[in-house]
Design a protein around this ligand. Structure first.
Ligand SMILES: NC(=O)c1ccc[n+]([C@@H]2O[C@H](COP(=O)([O-])OP(=O)(O)OC[C@H]3O[C@@H](n4cnc5c(N)ncnc54)[C@H](O)[C@@H]3O)[C@@H](O)[C@H]2O)c1
Length: 333
């Protein structure tokens, strides 16, 4: 089947495109390249445009009338930037997604899979969150994700054929195991990128930011999920979209995408050092502004509705992240 993937030139969107192709489907990419990479859309149907551009969307559906599902990954994603530039984040992530959804409906595409985020959850007493856990988005970025979920839910209520799944991603790490894509951000702020940068001598030491959290070793806890596992969940979502909703009154679903295992920063560092084969220079520091102890997923709903669970280990993801860091230099020279 043909599937529209917005943000298909980004880290996660391009990996989803590869997973779709490996399962015999055809991704149609819509991406402005505001942050994405043209290298990730080579040999794919690609429309370089803003998601809110109706004319491009019309052209896409004229040229690919078979499209029945859209996976909406396009967004601005940098949390501190969203604090400094809330207008841009609400415009890009909320206003433009709202236009996109309306135009998709007008063009007859009523099935949407949306990239949401676990950053909308409040801190839970034992750090494990089900989809019903309380929400407390801590940044404008996270608020845009919750707002889009709310908009999608209302659309599904109001528009007869509309159905949607919001996938709440936990902490994607790693790269496509076949090295077609991976993390591309310069100065990436996420934890594995910092470890890779430390290993390569780009930064002098890895900082464990916060060691007094109420976790088993005091460092923050997260649910690190291999990006390939994450991508495969989208394939399952579009392949089984009709059956997921058959015989159910719901038209809108929220599903956590995580491994179901909490891993602390210190545990992740140990795993990294085991894979890398050397100890990293490191120091313990105060938490960064806005940091929280963390969360990990209850992933039961993903198994039930998507017949999906994560298979890769954090060691696999670390190995692929290290391998990708070598490829990346060559790809983006
Ligand atoms: N990376 C994470 O840790 C993480 C965690 C949870 C959720 N998510 C969500 O997953 C999605 C993908 O994230 P990513 O890490 O691949 O980010 P990314 O920056 O690599 O990809 C985003 C893509 O969207 C495109 N884009 C942005 N605004 C656009 C617009 N207005 N019109 C057209 N294209 C536009 C960019 O060019 C880029 O290719 C996002 O929605 C993000 O919120 C990411």
């Amino acid at each position: 089947m043909k599937v529209l993937v917005t943000g298909g030139a980004g880290y996660i969107g391009s990996t989803i495109c590869s997973a779709l192709e490996d399962s015999g489907h055809i991704p149609i990419v819509l991406d402005s390249l505001v942050t994405g990479k043209s290298e990730f859309v080579k040999n794919r149907y690609f429309y370089q445009s803003d998601i809110s551009d109706k004319e491009t969307l019309k052209k896409i559906f004229q040229e690919h009338p078979e499209i029945k599902h859209a996976i909406h990954c396009a967004a601005l994603i940098i949390v501190p930037e969203s604090v400094e530039k809330p207008y841009e984040y609400y415009r890009e992530n909320v206003s433009k997604s709202n236009e996109l959804f309306r135009n998709l409906i007008l063009l007859g595409c009523h099935h949407i899979v949306f990239s949401s985020s676990a950053s909308i959850y409040d801190v839970a007493p034992n750090f494990m969150v089900t989809e019903e856990a309380s929400l407390k988005p801590g940044s404008p970025y996270a608020k845009t994700k919750l707002m889009m979920e709310m908009i999608l839910e209302d659309y599904c209520q109001a528009y007869s054929n509309m159905k949607a799944i919001s996938l709440r991603y936990f902490n994607p790490i790693g790269a496509d195991p076949k090295m077609r894509s991976g993390s591309h951000a310069k100065n990436a702020s996420h934890v594995v990128a910092k470890m890779v940068d430390t290993a390569q001598g780009k930064i002098p030491e890895f900082c464990i930011t916060g060691v007094n959290w109420p976790t088993r070793d005091g460092s923050g806890i997260r649910d690190y999920i291999h990006v390939w596992d994450l991508a495969l969940a989208h394939v399952n979502a579009v392949e089984n979209f009709d059956s997921i909703f058959s015989n159910k009154k719901e038209k809108y679903l929220v599903i956590n995408l995580g491994t179901g295992n909490g891993v602390t920063v210190k545990e992740l560092l140990k795993a990294f050092e085991n894979v890398y084969g050397k100890k990293l220079p490191q120091k313990e520091t105060e938490p960064r502004l806005g940091d929280v102890a963390g969360a990990y997923a209850n992933a039961d709903k993903a198994l039930k509705y998507l017949n999906w669970k994560a298979n890769f280990s954090i060691e696999d993801a670390i190995r692929d992240a290290l391998k990708w860091s070598e490829f990346q230099g060559a790809l983006f020279k």
